[in-house]
Design a protein around this ligand. Structure first.
Ligand SMILES: [Fe+2]
Length: 272
C-alpha cells in the first residue's frame, strides 16, 4: 500500500523527536506537496508525495553517520511499499549511496530535502516569516555561500537540473508548499510588539541571568554571539529559540533577551 500521511507520521514518531528534525520533516512534506501539484498529480498523490517527504529522514536521528543504512529493511518490515522505500533511499544519491533519482517524485525529494532548508533559513531571518517571502530573496541567499552553509549549493544545483527547472521556479514551489506549515516551522510573522515586549535599559541588558539549555547563566544581551561561541555554537549558523519560540537564525536574538529568558540555540541542520 502506498504510504499515507497517517502512517508516515506514526513511523517517524518511533525514531525522531528532535524539534529541528520535525521542522525539517514539515518543510520537506510541504515542498513535496507543492511539487506534486506542479506535476499535476491528483489530490491523493499530493498527500502521498507529502507523506514520503515527511518520512524521508526516518533513520537520521538515530544514525546520523550511517544515514539511510537503517531504512530499507526497517520500512519493509513496516509494510511500506518498495517504490516508496526506493524514493526515500534515492535522496542519498551521491551523498551516501548510488540510488539515482529517476521519477518526478524522487527528483523532487532530492531537491526538496536541500532547497527547503535554504528557504526556511531565509524566511526565519525575516520578521514577516514566509508570508511574503519572494523567490529572489532566496536566490540571493543561495549566492551567499556563508549563509546556511550546510545547505549544499551543489546538491541544489544538481537537483533543479534533474527536474529541468530554473532555481527560482523550484524555490517558488518550495515557498508555496511550506507556507501552510509556517505555524509548525517557526515561520509565522512575528508581531512588531514582540520585540518591544522586552525593551530593556542599558543596565538591565548588561546584568541578566538567562537559562541556557536548562542551566542558569549570566550574560549580557550584547554578548550573545560570544556567549554562543563559548558554548560551541557558531552564531551565524545558529537557530535561536527564546522562551519556547524560534526567534532568529543569528545572534540578533540578543536584542530580544530579557532577565530570566530561556535561550536555546542549535545549528541549522539541512538533514541527511
Ligand atoms: Fe532530509
Amino acid at each position: 500500500m502506498k504510504l499515507t500521511m497517517e502512517k508516515a507520521q506514526a513511523l517517524l514518531a518511533t525514531t525522531t523527536d528532535e524539534e529541528h528534525l520535525i521542522v525539517h520533516a514539515f518543510n520537506v512534506r510541504g515542498s513535496m506537496e507543492a511539487f506534486a501539484r506542479h506535476f499535476d498529480q491528483p489530490p491523493e498523490e499530493v498527500e502521498h508525495w507529502g507523506a514520503v517527504g515527511y518520512l524521508h529522514d526516518y533513520d537520521y536521528q538515530r544514525f546520523p553517520s550511517e544515514h539511510l543504512a537503517h531504512t530499507e529493511v526497517e520500512l519493509r518490515a513496516e509494510g511500506v511499499e518498495e517504490a516508496d522505500i526506493r524514493a526515500i533511499l534515492s535522496h542519498g544519491w551521491m551523498l551516501v549511496n548510488d540510488v539515482t533519482p529517476q521519477t518526478d517524485l524522487e527528483k523532487s525529494l532530492y531537491c526538496a530535502d536541500e532547497l527547503s532548508g535554504l528557504v526556511w533559513a531565509t524566511a526565519l531571518m525575516r520578521p514577516s516569516g514566509i508570508s511574503d517571502l519572494e523567490p529572489r530573496s532566496v536566490v540571493k541567499k543561495f549566492k551567499d555561500k556563508k549563509f546556511a552553509a550546510k545547505c549544499s549549493r551543489d546538491v541544489i544545483r544538481r537537483s533543479v537540473e534533474l527536474l529541468g527547472l530554473e532555481l527560482a521556479e523550484a524555490i517558488a514551489i518550495c515557498i508555496d508548499g511550506m507556507r501552510p506549515y509556517a505555524g509548525k516551522t517557526g515561520l509565522l510573522p512575528r508581531p512588531a510588539a514582540d520585540s518591544e515586549k522586552h525593551h530593556l535599559t542599558q543596565q538591565e541588558r548588561e546584568n541578566m541571568t538567562i537559562k541556557y539549555q536548562g542551566k542558569e547563566t549570566e550574560t549580557s544581551a550584547a554578548n550573545v554571539a560570544a556567549f554562543l561561541e563559548e558554548n560551541g555554537v557558531a552564531a551565524n549558523e545558529a537557530v535561536i529559540e527564546l522562551d519556547g519560540e524560534i526567534v532568529a537564525a543569528n545572534a540578533a536574538a540578543g536584542t530580544l533577551l530579557h532577565n530570566g529568558a530561556e535561550l536555546n540555540a542549535f545549528r541549522i541542520v539541512s538533514g541527511g
